[in-house]
Design a protein around this ligand. Structure first.
Ligand code: NDP
Length: 330
């Protein structure tokens, strides 16, 4: 069985030398444990944070040990009651081919109800992030005009479409290529979209949202956040989900220069973590599941094959190689 270890903590952009793909023994499950053969692995931007030693909401990955992450696989041996070979589970033993895990930290998933990879994306953690951040943190209501950055990614593409399906007056997205921008408008039903690499975000957002923004869902930070504050309407709300533009910075990023606009608009900025909102999971699946099945909410996945390409897939997320959820298929 092969697994990815972190050898040294990256400074700036992670380098291949910071990691190693290592052979490991497969450990048979003890009482209360299951042995899982992984089929799909998740790579996510937050993993960059766990590669650093800095204190955060998730503990740093330990050097010289297998990294962790979301994964879906098939149980091949079980020492746990209620789990049997052939069951499929969602768990946290990613970055490896085989995982021996505490069954209490594994959730059974149904391969007949939805494709297995979707439990990592559109029906999983990134989907719930979109749902909770938009509806709870940003207090979205019908008639709001919504701007989302990282809009062709896993979280962002779902934010924009949930907003549209729940009656937003206007949905605006930004992404890093003309092809992604086209997808947002033509396939996902955004009213306007722009490529942030084609010109200043503030100017492009002003053109795309002439009547301002009631909700900004921030996946990017930096000049996107400053531009959104500049276009914020009275009573506007900004949900800070992520700030991918600064994750590889070695110096603290400068803050927005226009925060006084929050006083004028009585605007609110609030960060959130999906981990605090799992109480919404049943409601999320009940509401969004049918939209996915009917095709009203569309999704893409970018699938990279092979454990040996797990690291490249992760680096690809930071570069923007993905459209929708980045998945590693074993
Ligand atoms: P995505 O699928 O959106 O992939 C990341 C995308 O970020 C890339 O595809 C790339 O697209 C874009 N990107 C990379 N660098 C930059 C940059 N400098 N400026 C603008 N865009 C950039 O990932 P996720 O959907 O999984 O995550 C989206 C955000 O949500 C991340 O910030 C993540 O940390 C955060 N998150 C937060 C959670 C929480 O609980 N708060 C939970 C899950 C995710 P492009 O081609 O458009 O540049």
């Amino acid at each position: 069985s092969r697994e990815w270890h972190l050898l040294s903590r990256p400074v700036g952009w992670p380098k291949p030398d910071d990691f190693a793909l290592v052979d490991a023994e497969i450990r048979q499950p003890g009482p209360g444990e299951v042995l899982v053969r992984n089929k799909y692995l998740s790579v996510d931007p937050y993993m960059r944070g766990r590669m650093s030693a800095a204190k955060s909401y998730a503990a740093p990955f330990e050097l010289g040990k297998a990294m962790q992450g979301g994964a879906v696989g098939e149980v091949i041996a079980s020492g746990a009651e209620g789990m049997a070979p052939g069951d499929h589970v969602l768990h946290f033993g990613g970055w490896r081919e085989y995982a021996t895990i505490d069954a209490q930290h594994a959730v059974k998933v149904d391969p007949d109800a939805a494709p297995l990879s979707t439990y990592l994306g559109v029906l999983g953690m990134t989907g719930l992030t979109a749902y909770a951040g938009l509806l709870r943190t940003a207090s979205f209501k019908e008639g709001d005009s919504v701007f989302v950055s990282g809009a062709a990614g896993a979280v962002g593409s779902q934010v924009g479409q949930i907003a549209r399906l729940k009656g937003a007056s206007r949905v605006i997205g930004s992404a890093g290529s003309d092809e992604k921008v086209k997808l947002l408008v033509e396939e996902y039903g955004f009213d306007a979209a722009f490529n942030y690499k084609n010109g200043p975000v503030s100017e492009q957002l002003r053109d795309a949202a002439p009547d301002g923004v009631d909700v900004y869902f921030d996946n990017v930070g930096g000049d996107h956040l400053e531009a959104a504050i500049g276009q914020l309407n009275q009573g506007g709300r900004i949900a800070v989900c992520g700030m991918i533009s600064v994750y590889n910075n070695t110096e603290p990023a400068p803050g927005p220069k226009n925060l006084t606009r929050l006083i004028q608009t009585r605007g609110r900025i609030e960060g959130f973590l999906v981990g605090d909102h799992y109480d919404l999971q049943p409601q999320f699946v009940a509401e969004v599941g049918p939209w996915i099945r009917s095709g009203e909410l569309k999704y893409r996945e970018t699938v990279v094959e092979g454990i040996e390409n797990n690291l490249e897939a992760f680096l690809g997320v930071l570069r923007g190689d993905n459209t929708g959820k980045m998945i590693v298929k074993l």
